[in-house]
Design a protein around this ligand. Structure first.
Ligand code: F6R
Length: 607
């Protein structure tokens, strides 16, 4: 959480580059935004509480251009969101200014020492301590001073620091928070992720923990944790700048929902060949599935719900027990891990702290680790034994949509790959299940064509305060994801439950007008689900059904959205797309900013 960016160059105006970059990083937090840039020999700092737009308004009359600057977009941890607590933070004598992503765990102890020695603080943040410390320990050399600072601080950090005596340089470092270096001609960049620099360069270095880097307009020098000057690999980023723009859409969320058919096709094209064989040999190299006797799938939030679907596929196809857990709980649930365990970690960003810590834990216990992630070079992908990338492209909207369906799809392919390799599935069934992916694409396109029906329903339900999402079997996993989407962007309290469980207590909350969304894609269970609809309707609920053609939900619900058959395992995913739209249009009807819902940040890098 929090996004940082730094620019050194003569090809563009630092202020402009930083504001553009912050726009791309705003998904990481939007409690405040700030910038520091060099104006002659003076460091100017401008920062504003609230979204980046406030800072932009504030800066609109600034005529200065600059060659060096740093910027920050904040998701508040230490100190309430105010101008005062916004980054950049500077030292008391204003010779040092910095931006920080992460948490300095021992900041209070360091702050107490600095206070005792007479330093005056001007914010409540942990980050300011680093600026004050850097200033206090400054010995005339940026690298040697940074090393002294690093020796004292504990926690996670990506830092970009400017010192007024070095008007052409910034010094940066990272530990457990992401930081990339973008390389250009007469201009170089640092940022929390590649989307912030894509407009200017596709040549990117992913820094390692312990790295320090001095960035100038025509020179980038990296030092590893032992202070050895080193070269790190330069990666060519395939994402393009347009993918990270709204491209004519009103919001990122709807753009990302509607990119899903194209991503499904791409996933199929890249990960299967013309004989329908899944090309995961390279990604899964070194995993001896004969030796695996237990599989865990671990993730947070939406990625966890994708994991639950993966668990369902694998169980059904492989006929073995698979375990799924929430990453923040995994380590405390005493999972049984041996060297015969495969632990799969699902994460769009590849930076979610709990997921990273779970992977570390599983590795220490001897498991083979597989990351499923969307972000090239993310920490999760660097630390896992094996990696399969989801091919969703940059996901900017805070609520995950296209990354989720890509995760489900990769887990589906993985289940089929293992299933075929170990003869758990016959060739004929395998081909039919692969072909369901094409049906899935067509059926999602149909949902997109008929999205207005969903908008009409959203307008009816937009003022709902409470709701339930119900389903059975795999549909219950979809209910969880649908409920989360509604909650996070609409601030409507919804709860998801297995349809048959409602009557064991929660039905007490049903009264006139309470929203109940029911998913039914498995017609074998349809009649039972319809009985549950009758139970809630008898108590006044307003029921919206999302069900497969042929379902009796069409008659039982107040409003009904029909989806077409993409096979037993993938039809539920089409229902999830309907629920993404339902959440989006509800927020649209309410006039909410669904791309940046309150209190949230896209990448949760704290425990
Ligand atoms: C919800 C959402 C979150 C993320 C979760 C994990 O729409 O986006 O629940 O799924 O924070 O994030 P990643 O996948 O980056 O680990």
């Amino acid at each position: 959480m929090c996004g940082i960016i730094g620019y050194s160059g003569s090809e563009a105006d630092a202020i402009n580059v930083i504001l553009e970059g912050l726009e791309k990083l705003e998904y990481r937090g939007y409690d405040s935004a700030g910038i520091a840039f060099l104006d002659g020999n003076k460091i100017i700092i401008e920062k504003k509480e609230g979204k980046l737009q406030n800072l932009k308004e504030h800066l609109k009359d600034v005529a200065t251009k600059s060659n060096l600057g740093i910027g920050h977009t904040r998701w508040a941890t230490h100190g309430v969101p105010t101008d005062r607590n916004s980054h950049p933070h500077y030292s008391e004598n204003k010779d040092v200014v910095l931006v920080h992503n992460g948490i300095i765990e021992n900041y209070q102890e360091l702050k107490n020492d600095l206070l005792t020695s007479g330093v005056k603080f001007s914010s409540d943040t942990d980050s300011e301590v680093v600026a004050q410390l850097f200033s206090k320990l400054f010995d005339g050399d940026l690298l040697s001073t940074l090393n002294k600072v690093i020796e004292k601080i504990r926690g996670s950090y990506a830092l970009a620091i400017i010192h007024k005596d070095f008007p052409n340089k910034m010094i940066c470092c990272k530990n457990h928070s992401p930081l990339i270096v973008g390389l250009g001609a007469k201009q170089n960049f640092v940022a929390s992720d590649v989307s912030a620099v894509l407009k200017y360069t596709k040549d990117v270095i992913f820094l390692e923990d312990g790295d320090k880097v001095i960035v100038e307009q025509d020179k980038v020098e990296i030092f590893d944790k032992d202070n050895k000057s080193i070269e790190r690999k330069i990666n060519k980023i395939e994402w393009n700048f347009e993918q990270a723009t709204k491209g004519g859409y009103e919001h990122f969320m709807i753009k990302e929902i509607e990119e899903q058919p194209e991503i499904i096709e791409k996933t199929l094209n890249i990960y299967t060949d013309k004989n329908f064989d899944i090309k995961f040999d390279e990604q899964l190299e070194g995993i001896n599935f004969q030796n695996i006797d237990r599989i865990y799938i671990v993730a947070c939030g939406t990625a966890y719900y994708a994991g639950l679907q993966g668990q369902y596929f694998m169980k059904k196809i492989l006929g073995i027990d698979i375990f799924t857990d929430i990453a923040s709980e995994f380590r405390y649930n005493e999972p049984i891990i041996t060297d015969r365990t495969l632990a799969i970690f699902v994460s769009q960003s590849g930076e979610t702290f709990d997921t990273l810590m779970s992977m570390k834990y599983a590795k220490e216990k001897g498991a083979k680790t597989l990351a499923i992630s969307n972000v090239l070079g993310s920490t999760l992908t660097r630390e896992a034994d094996n990696v399969i990338y989801t091919l969703a492209g940059p996901e900017i909207s805070v609520a995950s949509t296209k990354a989720y369906s890509s995760q489900v799809l990769v887990l589906y392919l993985l289940s089929l790959y293992i299933g075929l390799k170990f003869e758990k599935i016959q060739e004929k069934e395998y081909v039919s299940l692969i072909k369901d992916i094409t049906k899935l694409k067509t059926n999602i396109e149909k949902i997109i064509e008929n999205k207005n029906t969903i908008y009409e329903i959203a307008k009816i339900i937009k003022d709902t305060q409470n709701g339930f999402y119900l389903g059975r079997g795999i549909d219950e996993k979809i209910a969880r994801e649908g409920s989360l989407k509604m909650k996070e962007i609409n601030y409507i309290h919804t709860e998801s439950l297995p349809a048959g469980e409602l009557k064991h207590g929660s039905i007490a909350l049903i009264e006139n007008g309470v929203l109940v969304v029911v998913i039914s894609t498995d017609l074998e269970m349809d009649e039972k689900t319809v009985s549950n609809i009758k139970e809630v309707k008898a108590r006044g609920a307003y029921v919206v059904g999302v069900a497969k053609k042929g379902s009796l939900v069409s008659e039982a619900a107040d409003k009904y959205i029909e989806i077409e058959d993409s096979g037993l395992l993938l039809t539920p995913l089409t229902a999830a797309i309907v629920l993404q739209y339902l959440a989006y249009y509800t927020a649209y009807a309410k006039g909410y900013d669904m791309d940046k819902p309150r209190n949230l940040a896209k990448s949760v890098t704290v425990e």
